[in-house]
Ligand binder design. Structure first.
Ligand code: GDP
Length: 392
């Protein structure tokens, strides 16, 4: 949360302390990091000195960043900030709000001073949705999971909410909020038919995906993977959601043997390449058989999606990947360099690579790095994000 204290420097010097008291004290007190912003074109003023003294006197325990604004040119910026070294105990950082120079560094600096590790949210209950084409067995899975009476939908047109959530606890104790997308389709199917129903169900799936943490994409064992499945898969990846592929009606496959699942998996992987990382669960919803496995797999996916790699482990993986294959050299002989990497977020796991020049890392190399990361650090069931940022 960013608090703007609204310009203490516009106040005349004599009134300043009282203005600071009233305007900025409250904000500074409750802040975890303070950006002390000065004007690099006006140079050092008496007011700056006063504010610096005030910060030092009362808030030496706080994390203060001295940002010198209006330094459009990085070269000139070094000159512009030189004045401000006299403020002592603060290292001036040249930035330009106008051109954006140095604002990335400012953000990094702010973040480095904050404890950004997500607090353990006791109340966090991941949401799971069961999506897929009509008739693949979504309601059957849902019923097997939470009991027959959950999918009752009002038969009166227009009165049904898009989805009705149910909380339940899986066999491993993981709590989930189940987004019910299955029951609703039944009503829509009465009102319309054919392609309209198909289109309706895709849009409904999209809405459910957005609200979910983990998506169980159900496909039917004997049916082909269609454009519709692909669209849903694409959306899951794009929105950074966890995913497991449920191959339902496994009982309908004739003459199954140990190889059946292997062949089947090859086919699914081929057609849903975008979900390479998603675990596959084979289920027979009508017998309730293996439906628990869906939930166990979902909670594993949820754990992966919330997993954090230590910076040390991460950089070890990155260094190894680099040693094995360096970024390609450009025609001009330039080569990308990775300074370090950090995991900036979870759900989905997001990694920031600080590099000399992001343009020196072509798509093929980025994919290589993602593959290595997955190979060494896993993250099955969740998309991961790699961000490439320039750092001078
Ligand atoms: P939904 O439209 O995706 O919610 O699908 P339903 O759950 O309504 O199931 C569609 C049809 O497939 C129903 O007739 C179910 O009895 C049947 N079905 C669901 N799961 C299975 C299964 O595992 N095996 C078989 N053989 N039939 C199933």
């Amino acid at each position: 949360m960013v608090v703007d204290t609204g310009g203490v420097i516009t106040v005349s010097k004599s009134k300043m302390p009282s203005m600071i008291e009233r305007q900025a004290t409250a904000a500074v007190e409750e802040s975890s990091a303070i950006i002390f912003l000065v004007d690099g074109q006006a140079g050092l003023t008496a007011a700056d000195v006063e504010i610096a003294d005030w910060l030092r006197k009362h808030y030496s325990h706080k994390f203060v960043i001295l940002a010198v604004n209006k330094c459009e040119s990085p070269k000139k910026g070094i000159m512009q900030v030189s004045d401000f070294w006299t403020l002592g105990s603060f290292s001036p950082l040249p930035i330009s709000a106008l051109s954006g120079t140095g604002t990335g560094e400012l953000l990094d600096l702010v973040c480095s001073g904050l404890d950004l590790h997500e607090e353990q949210d006791e109340d966090y209950v991941p949401a799971i949705s069961i999506v897929g084409r009509p008739n693949v067995g979504k309601s059957s899975i849902l019923n097997a999971l939470v009991g027959e009476d959950r999918t009752i939908v009002s038969p009166i047109s227009g009165t049904t909410r898009d989805a009705i959530d149910t909380e339940f606890t899986g066999p491993d104790g993981q709590k989930f909020r189940l987004i019910d997308t299955a029951g609703i389709r039944k009503r829509a199917a009465v009102a319309s038919s054919g392609s309209t129903t198909e289109a309706l169900s895709v849009n409904r799936a999209f809405r459910a995906i957005r609200r979910s943490d983990v998506v169980a994409l159900v496909i039917e064992a004997m049916a082909c993977i269609t454009e519709q499945d692909f669209k849903i898969a694409e959306r899951i990846e794009k929105e950074g959601k966890g995913c497991l592929i449920v191959v339902n009606k496994w009982d309908t496959i004739p003459n199954k043997n140990q190889q059946s699942a292997v062949y089947y998996e090859q086919d699914v992987r081929e057609k849903l390449r975008i979900l390479q990382w998603a675990p596959i669960v084979y289920a027979t919803a009508i017998s309730g058989h293996s439906v628990d496995r869906v939930i166990v797999a979902a909670s594993e996916v949820e754990k992966e999606r919330s997993r954090r790699l230590s910076t040390a482990t991460l950089n070890q993986v990155v260094q190894e990947a680099l040693a094995f294959k360096s970024p390609p050299r450009t025609r001009g002989g330039k080569r990308g360099r990775i300074y370090y990497c950090t995991q900036a977020a979870i759900r989905p796991p997001t990694f920031v690579f600080f590099v000399n020049d992001a343009n020196l890392f072509p798509e093929t190399y980025r994919r290589y790095m993602e593959k290595q990361l997955r190979k060494d650090a896993g993250f099955p069931g969740t998309p991961i994000r790699l961000l490439w940022r320039n750092r001078r």
